[in-house]
Design a protein around this ligand. Structure first.
Ligand code: UDP
Length: 153
């Protein structure tokens, strides 16, 4: 087991459809810790950097058009094996192959608009968190707000 951080983003279709709360709920229920979150509309250079591994793909232009078309909800989460576990919770890229019970399996209909992004490796998690948030404001929820104090609020 290893404590990891990952970058999760509700894409413009998910924001438009009111799925932010549902997605946060699933990650909280799983026991992960939210480190940072922001509703933002990103410019093309941030989007192109985010999807740099796909820049030679035929769908790259449309992917960047789509991700910059409206607000996204960007989040950094922390937890045990959160990178791999969140990919399982998200489901396959193509929603027609995503299992029921996964976020894409339950809510998405097309691979071009599949509701949510999640980092696929430690290296991309680090790069993506920095691209969207710079250095994290909160290192860990436990650092700023220990669980014992939370119970007394
Ligand atoms: N994508 C697309 N057309 C394709 C393949 C992928 O529009 O034929 C989009 C899709 O939204 C996907 C994103 O590109 O989520 C990044 O692709 P990747 O293979 O990294 O999938 P993911 O990690 O998001 O499951």
């Amino acid at each position: 087991m290893s404590l990891q951080r990952t970058f999760i983003m509700v894409k413009p279709d998910g924001v438009k459809r009111g799925l932010i709360g549902e997605i946060i709920k699933r990650f909280e229920q799983k026991g992960f810790t939210l480190l940072n979150a922001e509703l933002m509309t990103i410019d093309r250079s941030k989007a192109e950097y985010h999807y740099m591994e796909h820049q030679e793909k035929p769908f790259f232009g449309e992917l960047v058009d789509f991700i910059t078309s409206g607000p996204v909800f960007a989040m950094a989460w922390e937890g045990e094996n959160v990178i791999e576990v969140s990919r399982l919770m998200i489901g396959k890229t193509d929603p027609s192959e995503a299992m029921p019970g996964t976020i894409r399996g339950d809510f998405a209909a097309a691979k071009e608009e599949n509701v949510i992004h999640g980092s696929d490796s430690l290296l991309s998690a680090e790069r993506e968190i920095e691209n969207f948030f710079g250095l994290l404001k909160r290192r860990s929820l436990e650092d700023d707000f220990p669980f014992e104090d939370r119970k007394s609020v």
